[in-house]
Design a protein around this ligand. Structure first.
Ligand SMILES: CCCCCCCC(=O)SCCNC(=O)CCNC(=O)[C@H](O)C(C)(C)COP(=O)(O)OP(=O)(O)OC[C@H]1O[C@@H](n2cnc3c(N)ncnc32)[C@H](O)[C@@H]1OP(=O)(O)O
Length: 240
């Protein structure tokens, strides 16, 4: 059973209109948005600015929205609602796995969207189809503390996995992370903004190799770099 989600403005244009500004002319929403727009469920897009966003995050978001105007970049919406098609697709691959109880499933939500606004993962993603790149603008909130005053390494790993995963899924379809290698080079102050820039490097059959780096907003500090291997789910196999 799907949780009901509040009907809020889903796009920047809708948000502008709700705030009394003029909506932008309609553009092709791109493949990622098109697939979401087929869903009947109206859901909140968590990747739009909210009051917890710092000036840095807002500025970067606006810069990338500007890059979207010529169609080279696409803003990828993000919802905590489940997409029925995706649930069904995964179930067909994992037929033998122990079924999750309905009441547990109804409580489930994407890990990165499970915190209250501003406390956990605040982020927006943008995708460049020609360059096979995904950029994530990420502000880690106070509940993601690791060392005092700094972001937990696992929280960064989560965002790296999510960014690399989105990069792979946007390019290629249904995948799972098989391997993730992360070098933590410089700690990230809590509540600061970083830019996770990922790219698809190589495809070998069902294997997709991706990589990313994590930099400060001024690009002077390299916080982390990482590589990932994603495996396309094989319809011939049902995994347990
Ligand atoms: C939209 C939001 C995005 C969010 C992204 C979040 C992504 C996630 O967190 S996914 C959850 C974490 N990942 C998992 O739970 C995955 C668990 N693992 C699995 O289910 C399986 O091992 C799976 C699907 C990855 C691969 O299984 P399977 O399809 O049987 O692959 P298999 O046939 O063994 O291997 C295929 C190829 O990959 C290679 N391979 C598989 N695993 C690895 C690995 N860990 N390292 C290196 N190579 C590997 C194999 O050697 C083989 O290579 P080749 O074709 O050259 O012989």
């Amino acid at each position: 059973m799907l949780r009901s989600c509040a009907a809020r403005p889903r796009t920047l244009s809708a948000l502008r209109a709700a705030r009394g500004g003029a909506p932008r002319p309609a553009r092709d929403p791109g493949p990622a948005r098109r697939s979401f727009s087929t869903e009947k469920v109206i859901h909140k897009d968590h990747s739009l600015p909210n009051p917890s966003w710092s000036k840095d995050l807002r500025l970067l978001f606006d810069q990338f929205m500007k890059k979207c105007e010529d169609g080279s970049w696409k803003h990828l919406p993000s919802s905590e609602c489940k997409v029925p098609q995706r649930i069904h697709s995964f179930k067909t691959y994992f037929l033998d796995s122990k079924p999750v109880k309905e009441d547990q499933l109804s409580q489930a939500r994407p890990f990165t969207r499970s915190y209250e606004v501003g406390q956990g993962f605040e982020y927006a993603m943008f995708y460049n189809e020609d360059e096979k790149r995904t950029v994530c603008l990420f502000q880690g909130g106070p509940y993601l503390e690791g060392p005092p005053g700094f972001l937990h390494g696992g929280a960064l790993a989560t965002m790296i996995d999510t960014t690399l995963g989105v990069c792979t899924i946007s390019c290629m379809g249904l995948f799972m992370t098989a391997n993730l290698n992360i070098n933590f080079k410089s700690p990230i102050p809590l509540c600061s903004v970083v830019v996770i820039s990922s790219q698809l490097d190589k495809v070998e059959g069902r294997k997709v190799f991706v990589s990313c780096n994590v930099r400060s907003v001024d690009e002077k500090t390299l916080h982390s770099d990482a590589t990932g291997l994603f495996i396309k789910l094989d319809p011939e196999k049902s995994l347990t």
